[in-house]
Design a protein around this ligand. Structure first.
Ligand SMILES: *Cc1c(COP(=O)(O)O)cnc(C)c1O
Length: 377
């Protein structure tokens, strides 16, 4: 059996090696390392794939979120409503801009922001809602857009973990996550569902004026070369990454399907164990399983983590400390929050290996060990 990994980018690469190697050499030979046709082509293909009018490539997912907040004119003293149960990047950039993150609870089943909690957290200072499609499951976007429209708020989707997920509205309309809010942000960090061979990110919008603003901010606030209209930053996706991503984009649906199949296998294996809550899948979106995350109840999560590790099985706690309990947010009153469900989840979640190259033999072994732990408890 192949050694187990949380994510197997090596074997995924080997399957498309020839095409990728050629594309990289092509960039070398063109010597167009920054910007140019390859980056533009990828942006257009991604826009088509995601059903978004504009895609602005940038250096990483964290930058994408920062540029989005800047383009919407959010400034120091404004508030954004966001889950605490997320990766720090979602909220860190708000703080960096002096914007106050207002942390709210998630839905216990989906791990995504709870729409009812959003409504209660709105104040006259609220400017935006930042839902996170955590682990690949979509947040309840229809309810979120409805709240945003009623209160005249912006919605920035953190789609770093859910690229390729399709969300179905109650009237039957279908939209990819990241194309539903005013702006969508994603990351091409190597382990993401659409992963580069380095860093990368992208910003999605249907709004022409916003697209101009996003482009300008990502490029030193330039409206044209050497004319800097607004304070911006330097955030670019390089051509080598764009070339690789353009190839991988063609495989994205098949990659997500492989992840879903691996999730099905786990679901089935853990079905009868009351100690294990397998990931919920709402009918209105197709989970892309960036992570396969269990809730362990009436069993010691940390002991399982150690037991798996002793058996050569990697597992991860995403995330061991919720955002509001990070020292970083002390100055924003983080410790004053009471988010019991977020704390409860933080103590009980555990993510098992999931990726496109997972073999049945590997999954059988992982499941056997998880069940062995549950049975001997
Ligand atoms: C990965 C990730 C980001 C940040 O992306 P980077 O490319 O690493 O900067 C933001 N939010 C979430 C939820 C992520 O998983």
């Amino acid at each position: 059996m192949r050694a187990l990994q949380m994510v197997d980018t090596k074997n995924q690469y080997l399957k498309i090696k020839k095409e990728v190697d050629e594309a990289v050499i092509n960039v070398m030979e063109s010597s167009q390392f920054i910007g140019g046709k390859i980056v533009n082509d990828f942006a257009m293909n991604l826009a088509t794939y995601n059903g978004s009018k504009h895609v602005i490539p940038c250096a990483n997912g964290t930058d994408a979120l920062q540029i989005a907040m800047m383009a919407l004119g959010l400034k120091a003293g404004d508030e954004v409503i966001t889950p605490s149960f997320t990766y720090i990047a979602t909220v860190e950039v708000a703080a960096l801009l002096g914007i106050k993150p207002i942390f709210v609870e998630v839905d216990k089943r989906t791990f995504c922001i709870d729409p009812a909690a959003i409504e209660k957290a709105i104040t006259p200072k609220t400017k935006a809602i930042i839902p996170v499609h955590l682990y690949g499951h979509a947040a309840e976007m229809e309810a979120i857009m409805d709240i945003a429209n009623r209160h005249h708020l912006f919605v920035i989707e953190d789609n770093a973990q859910a690229i390729g997920n399709e969300y179905v509205f109650s009237d039957g309309r279908k939209k990819k996550t990241g194309s539903i809010g005013h702006i969508g942000c994603t990351s091409f960090y190597p382990s993401k569902n659409l992963g580069a061979f380095g860093d990368g990110g992208a910003i999605f919008t249907d709004d022409d004026a916003l697209a101009e603003q996003l482009k300008m901010i990502a490029s030193h606030g330039q409206s044209r070369r050497y004319y800097h209209d607004v304070v911006g930053c330097n955030s670019r996706l390089d051509a080598v990454q764009a070339a690789i991503l353009d190839i991988k984009l063609k495989h994205l649906d098949e990659y997500n399907k492989a992840r879903r199949k691996a999730a099905d296998y786990y679901d089935h294996a853990f079905n009868e164990y009351t100690e294990i809550v397998t990931p919920f899948r709402a009918k209105n979106n197709n989970h892309v399983f960036h992570q396969y995350t269990l809730i362990l109840q009436n069993a010691d999560r940390d002991a399982l983590n150690t037991f798996l590790s002793e058996n050569g099985i990697p597992s991860m706690i995403y995330y061991p400390v919720p955002a509001h309990r990070q020292k970083m947010f002390d100055a924003f009153g983080g410790s004053a929050y009471e988010l019991p469900l977020t704390d409860w989840l933080t103590e009980r979640v555990i993510s098992l290996p999931i990726h496109t190259e997972l073999e049945e033999e590997q999954q059988a072994f992982i499941c056997k060990k998880v069940v062995e732990f549950i049975n001997k408890k």
